[in-house]
Ligand binder design. Structure first.
Ligand SMILES: C[C@H](O)[C@H](O)[C@H]1CNC2=NC(N)=NC(=O)C2=N1
Length: 101
C-alpha cells in the first residue's frame, strides 16, 4: 500500500464513511463503550492482534468500560494515511462482536 499523507478532503471523505471516528489534531480517533471492564480489555487484546497483523499500531487507552484509539503514521512524520483508515475499518469490523458501541 502506498503510504502518503492524505489531504484534508481525503481525510474528511473517509471519516464520513466511519461514524464515530473523528480527526483529533493530526490523528484519527474513536472511543468505544463496552459492557464491562473485562469486555473492554478483551477488545484491546483483539485490536492488538490486528495491529500486529497490519504492522500498524494505534495508541490505545483502556478505561473502566471504554477503549480509545488514536492513530497516525509515524513513518510519514505523523500524518494521517490510508494505513490509519485500514486499521480503523478493521477495528470497526471487530468491535460489534465485543458489544462495543
Ligand atoms: C518497523 C515497523 O514496520 C514500523 O515501525 C511500523 C510499526 N507500526 C506503526 N504504527 C504506526 N501507527 N505508524 C507507523 O509508521 C508504524 N510503523
Amino acid at each position: 500500500m502506498t503510504v502518503a499523507p492524505l489531504s484534508q478532503k481525503e481525510i474528511e471523505d473517509r471519516l464520513a464513511e466511519l461514524p464515530g471516528w473523528s480527526l483529533d489534531g493530526d490523528r484519527i480517533a474513536r472511543t468505544y463503550r463496552l459492557g464491562s471492564h473485562f469486555a473492554a480489555a478483551a477488545l484491546v487484546v483483539h485490536i492488538a492482534q490486528v495491529q500486529d497483523e497490519l504492522d500498524h499500531h494505534s495508541d490505545l487507552t483502556l478505561g473502566y468500560n471504554t477503549v480509545s484509539l488514536t492513530v497516525n503514521t509515524h513513518s510519514v512524520g505523523g500524518a494521517v494515511t490510508e494505513k490509519d483508515f485500514e486499521l480503523a475499518r478493521r477495528v470497526e469490523d471487530l468491535a460489534p462482536g465485543h458489544g462495543a458501541r
